[in-house]
Ligand binder design. Structure first.
Ligand code: PEP
Length: 256
């Protein structure tokens, strides 16, 4: 399976800044066959960057989109509009769930819309600090995973990517803590077990599972060697070109 290194730029970089970053990153990046490097810029930068990007080296992701393809939905953008511009879309990020009130039902519709429009959805799931403290991690993970995938047809299940992002480990969270490889391993096992129970082993084995939460050059190697982890979703560190490039290099070393 490929390794996925995905940078989530969130609400950072204007179009000019994004273009300069991309230019430098493309210059620094060789063409990795087994590593998919992906960045998720702000939506206003996606179209211009899609003309600039060399898709053999790097692919674009949207950070979010709406589930209807067109219509009277002021302020939204659709997966249909993103088609041809991005290869991936992050769906159900914890900031969407907790700041913008997205629930499993809405996230499930977005997953289906992405697949319908030939965009690979990256479904983010993860428990909060208090859910973990109350021993609810397994229930939350199962609920977000099964709920988020509920509108995806069984035949399409191999087209999804899952990202485990414990909310308490995300760098923007108050008092974020680093997840340990053991903590990640336990949840990744649960994700694979749940996928196997619902979709069968053959399909479950083909679904990439990423980890995200304060990933940096200092911990990327340890996280990438957690069994069952196929890549990283990176927020803060992906905004610093040297750090993001370093993480990609680490992925290459781990792969070798
Ligand atoms: C994220 O928000 O997806 C994320 C992983 O952020 P950070 O790497 O900054 O913790």
């Amino acid at each position: 399976m490929k390794t996925y290194i995905v940078g989530n730029w969130k609400l950072n970089f204007n179009v000019g800044e994004a273009s300069i970053y991309l230019h430098k990153l493309l210059k620094a990046l060789p063409n990795y066959r087994d590593i998919d490097v992906v960045v998720a810029p702000s939506v206003v930068a996606l179209q211009p960057l899609s003309l600039q990007v060399d898709r053999h080296k790097l692919k674009l992701a949207a950070q979010n989109a709406f589930y209807r393809d067109y219509g009277a939905f002021t302020g939204e953008i659709s997966f249909t509009q993103l088609r041809g511009i991005v290869d991936y879309c992050i769906i159900g990020h914890s900031e969407r769930r907790h700041i913008f009130g997205e629930d499993n039902k809405m996230i499930a519709k977005k997953m289906a819309a992405a697949i319908r429009n030939k965009i690979t959805p990256i479904l983010c799931i993860g428990e909060t600090e208090s859910e973990r403290a109350f021993g609810e991690t397994a229930d939350v993970i199962r609920d977000q995973l099964i709920g988020g995938l509920s509108e995806v047809a069984d035949d399409d299940i191999e087209k999804v990517i899952v990202a485990y992002e414990p909310v308490w480990a995300i760098s923007s969270t108050k008092a974020a803590k680093l997840a340990t490889p053991d903590e990640i391993s336990e949840v990744v096992k649960l994700i694979r077990k749940t996928l196997t129970e619902v979709y069968g082993m053959k399909a479950a084995e083909k679904i990439p599972v990423l980890f995200g939460g304060s990933v940096s050059p200092a911990n990327a190697g340890a996280y990438l060697t957690v069994p069952g982890v196929n890549g990283l979703l990176i927020g803060g560190s992906s905004l610093i070109l040297s750090e993001f490039a370093d993480i990609i290099e680490t992925a290459k070393r781990v792969k070798a």
